[in-house]
Design a binder for this molecule. Structure first.
Ligand SMILES: *[C@@H]1O[C@H](CO)[C@@H](O)[C@H](O)[C@H]1NC(C)=O
Length: 191
């Protein structure tokens, strides 16, 4: 028993064990037990601002924690829509290329919330997700856009299998991508 607790303690100290547990649980639950969704549908997970999530004043969720939660919501979206399995099957992979979070109002400690995830656009190389943190009063506390780089496969080929029409590029996404391009050019010039 003591040995077991020691091993557990070591695991918790050197790894962010809760991160791995949440990833496996969230993806697994979606993949195995929940009703599958169309790629165009919005998916939802629920969360609670716990003592692990708060900022230094122990009052509300710290900003890094939002980004961490976005991962779980994305894996859940992947599990429910089957897009990740398809990309894997086609020999590709996914990696976060960029994200932008706008914090509109804090999420206080012990407050529940939901995160919605929606695919808003795609191009050859990436898919673009919009995610919202919404509290039960309906207020969008934070909104995030992210670019998931899809490696080794053309996203257009992936999306063909879902048989969906590409929506118009949202204006804020277009401007954001322009900003990324400018930043990228600057860095390349410096390097
Ligand atoms: C994501 O893709 C962009 C080009 O679309 C590239 O410049 C960037 O390096 C990629 N990021 C990662 C982490 O692979």
């Amino acid at each position: 028993m003591v040995c077991f607790i020691t091993v557990l303690l070591i695991i918790y100290i050197i790894w962010d064990a809760n991160y791995f547990l949440r990833c496996v649980f969230t993806f697994g639950y979606a993949y195995l037990f929940q009703k599958k969704r169309k790629i165009t549908e919005t998916t939802t997970i629920y969360g609670l601002c716990t003592t692990q999530d708060v900022d230094i004043f122990i009052r509300h969720m710290n900003n890094a924690r939002y980004v961490r939660e976005l991962d779980f919501a994305r894996f859940h979206f992947y599990g429910l829509t089957g897009i990740y399995s398809l990309i894997k099957k086609m020999g590709g992979g996914a990696v976060q290329g960029a994200s932008s979070v706008r914090y509109r109002r804090t999420i206080p400690i012990f407050n529940p919330y939901k995160i919605t995830t929606e695919l808003i656009w795609w191009d050859e190389k990436a898919i673009y997700l919009q995610q919202k943190f919404i509290t039960f009063d309906g207020f969008v506390r934070a909104i995030a856009m992210s670019k998931q780089n899809i490696t080794k496969v053309n996203v257009m080929d992936v999306m063909k299998k879902f048989d969906v029409k590409r929506p118009d590029q949202p204006e804020e996404l277009k401007i954001w991508l322009d900003a990324i391009e400018i930043s990228s050019k600057k860095l390349r010039k410096d390097e």
